[in-house]
Design a protein around this ligand. Structure first.
Ligand SMILES: [Ca+2]
Ligand SMILES: [Ca+2]
Ligand SMILES: [Zn+2]
Length: 317
């Protein structure tokens, strides 16, 4: 049943909806000739708005970690309109396979300690249970396996490149419901992820990539604002079918979640009170699916939980 519905959906939307994960580009250089969605208030680490927009871009350009993601030209499909699962008592435990990719044996070479891995799974569990705020999404995470691979090329993989695909073909475990997390250097990226609807056509690339410096316990320079483990929470949100809260800007569908107020572009730092769309409500800067710093994040909304549950039940269970 699921498969035939899926195929029909593919046929209907195959050539239409080329929706991408993100088009945000933080660095001024990379921004040339591209449409920036950075149209909100400028980033400022102190949450004051003193510095100029370009200064803040330049400052972020030298940062180690960036809450930005590559454009992977992925299609994120909606579940069919007539798919209404009963999620009243929803609960799902997701097996997590942690693939540590390193260039050597030192922590700085990506050889993360087991304690970071344990804390990372705990951060996933607490954030998805609503421990820090927001709702209990019903998702829980259980460490199913850890492997370590020494490969400098894979450690320095770039999004959508041959090294990423080779590493995943070699390492991926489990079926559509298994969350495979690959820890890599990341370069200036904190992470990237693949949507649930892509699993059927490309199962081997399914999963989440995170910069190892973003894991809880990390004191890697440059990740001071991103080392509570919420990069994995954010990427797992995409993996469960969530858009960014700033998807679509102030336009009608936005992130396809009705209880997250629309926002014109990503919020960085912790811009409390930011309000970039006329629609009621201030920007959801505390939402895990915005681009705020880790300490600013604390919630998923009820609508996001519902969306993740439906996407999971349709595409991953
Ligand atoms: Ca919304
Ligand atoms: Ca508003
Ligand atoms: Zn994202």
């Amino acid at each position: 049943m699921r498969k035939s519905m899926l195929r029909r959906w593919h046929a209907r939307t195959g050539l239409v909806a080329l929706l991408v994960v993100v088009t945000a580009v933080c660095a001024a250089t990379a921004n040339a000739g591209r449409t920036s969605v950075l149209t909100g208030a400028p980033y400022s680490p102190a949450c004051s708005l003193g510095s100029s927009f370009l200064d803040s871009l330049a400052a972020r350009g030298s940062a180690r970690g960036e809450r930005q993601e590559p454009n992977l030209n992925q299609v994120l499909e909606e579940v069919p309109a007539d798919f209404h699962p009963n999620t009243a008592n929803f609960g799902a435990t997701i097996p997590v396979y942690m693939h540590v990719i390193r260039s050597g044996n030192a922590v700085e070479q990506g050889n993360v300690p087991n304690s970071w891995i344990r804390k990372q799974v705990e951060a996933l569990n607490l954030s998805y249970a609503g421990f820090y705020g927001g709702v209990d999404t019903g998702f829980r995470f259980e460490l199913a396996g850890v492997d370590r691979t020494t490969n400098a090329r894979w450690f320095n993989m770039t999004p959508g490149g041959e090294d990423e695909f080779k590493a995943k073909r070699a390492l991926r475990q489990g079926g559509p419901d298994a969350l495979n997390i690959y820890t890599v250097d990341g370069g200036r990226l904190l992470g990237w992820a693949y949507f649930p609807s892509g699993y059927e056509s490309r199962p081997s690339v399914d999963g989440v990539i995170i910069a190892f410096g973003s894991m809880p316990g990390s004191a890697i320079p440059g990740y001071e604002a991103y080392n509570l483990g919420f990069t994995a929470t954010h990427e797992a949100g995409h993996w469960l079918g969530l858009y960014h809260t700033f998807q679509g800007g102030c336009n009608a569908n936005g992130d396809y979640v009705s209880d997250t107020p629309a926002e014109k572009g990503p919020a960085f730092g912790c811009q409390v009170g930011r309000d970039t769309c006329l629609e009621a409500g201030v920007d959801p800067i505390h939402n895990y699916m915005d681009y705020s710093d880790d300490p600013c994040y604390f919630e998923f909304s009820a609508g996001q939980a519902e969306r993740m549950q439906a996407q999971y039940l349709f595409f991953r269970s």
